[in-house]
Ligand binder design. Sequence first.
Ligand SMILES: Cc1cc2nc3c(=O)[nH]c(=O)nc-3n(C[C@H](O)[C@H](O)[C@H](O)COP(=O)(O)O)c2cc1C
Length: 146
Amino acid sequence: MKLLILYGTKSGASKECAKLLGEKCSNATIIDIDHEKPNLNEFTHIIVGAGVRNDKMYKPIRDFLKKNQTDLLTKIIACYLCNSKPKTTDDVIAASIPEAIREHALEIMSFGGYKPSWVPISEEKKLKGIDLDKIDMFAQNYLKSV
Ligand SMILES: Cc1cc2nc3c(=O)[nH]c(=O)nc-3n(C[C@H](O)[C@H](O)[C@H](O)COP(=O)(O)O)c2cc1C
């Protein structure tokens, strides 16, 4: 398995989740979509994650999912999002992830996120609002199915 964890973040939660997932899935390559465009040919497995604003996952990740849809349907994929309004999660997923990818993905999960008016100012608080059990569950489930 060659695993890419690709994330988009504005306030850091999705990055922290990518790092935690990377620790649970050995040999993962972790890429910030704002810094690097990955070569998908190098990977068999892809986890895509992003933060949410205005009821959508961040645009670079939405664009990536749309543009690379055909390629992604040949990979083992899963998606996560970081958001603060759990009740809207299903709508955010429907508005952000193309239907074919939603159907193909092994799992799609919200890990929680920071409150809109709050970003962590200290190292110790960088996981506040993030549901670590969900990350654990997501990783275990993903690894079981590969
Ligand atoms: C301006 C702004 C708008 C937001 N809009 C939403 C929203 O529509 N729905 C939601 O669930 N969370 C919303 N949030 C909360 C973010 O999704 C949350 O802070 C998350 O941690 C962002 O991910 P990131 O830290 O990886 O950037 C918003 C936050 C900000 C700052």
